[in-house]
Ligand binder design. Sequence first.
Ligand SMILES: Nc1ncnc2c1ncn2[C@@H]1O[C@H](COP(=O)(O)OP(=O)(O)OP(=O)(O)O)[C@@H](O)[C@H]1O
Ligand SMILES: O=c1ccn([C@@H]2O[C@H](COP(=O)(O)O)[C@@H](O)[C@H]2O)c(=O)[nH]1
Length: 236
Amino acid sequence: MPAYKRILLKLSGEALMGDDAFGINRATIVRMVEEIAEVTRLGVEVAIVIGGGNIFRGVAGGSVGMDRATADYMGMLATVMNSLALADALEKAGVVARVMSAIAIEQVVEPYVRPKALQYLEEGKVVVFAAGTGNPFFTTDTAAALRGAEIGAEIVLKATKVDGVYTADPKKDPSATRYSAISFDEAMVKNLQVMDATAFALCRDQKLPVKVFSIFKPGALRNVVLGGDEGTLVHV
Ligand SMILES: Nc1ncnc2c1ncn2[C@@H]1O[C@H](COP(=O)(O)OP(=O)(O)OP(=O)(O)O)[C@@H](O)[C@H]1O
Ligand SMILES: O=c1ccn([C@@H]2O[C@H](COP(=O)(O)O)[C@@H](O)[C@H]2O)c(=O)[nH]1
């Protein structure tokens, strides 16, 4: 019996690379899709935001002298590519999916319209929200928090490269230890960088819990959805 009726799943863009240097690794996306399909079969309504780090990040463009806002628009377009690839793979796996973009590119994907997104979810379709929030200087984590709140998701599930929130970045500090649960306030006061502060603040204010878990661990998504002990819960 699933613990949630409607979830917002945030998928790491960077994880899509698999073992490749950049871009979308076919085997990786197919594996992610199998896990998502399994969750939809449990009857859970699934909305997805996918990052763009496997293709482009605005900060990286800005750091080499590009106008930051322009670089961020490139980053948002990167998330559109990932969203299209994800929806295509979902359809191939027999899951009906719709992509909605926060930036108008109607020849490519339909625009984000909240009531339409809600309709799709009620119909059991997976909705992939592309182009982040549509605004520069934000991230797809914030887009996940925003869309999660808008669609009335019960939780934001952040599937990422680490298996939870740690006392410090576990990729830089091997002595870091994992929290099983932490409050938004503590995560922000300690400046834990697993999710950006704007996203944490929005989720806190909307009382929207976040679960951080590994995108690489087979079965982790299913376990989270079934309410199992997995990753880290970030709560009010
Ligand atoms: N205290 C912490 N606990 C856990 N991870 C942390 C912490 N501080 C920093 N990190 C880093 O945050 C990363 C996850 O966030 P990040 O936004 O970089 O990735 P993502 O959202 O999964 O990818 P993308 O932006 O491509 O979608 C982890 O890979 C980890 O190395
Ligand atoms: O609302 C948003 C969301 C994203 N961006 C830009 O896209 C890239 C990729 O997103 P990640 O969350 O880093 O995966 C991000 O670096 C920003 O440049 C944005 O501007 N607004």
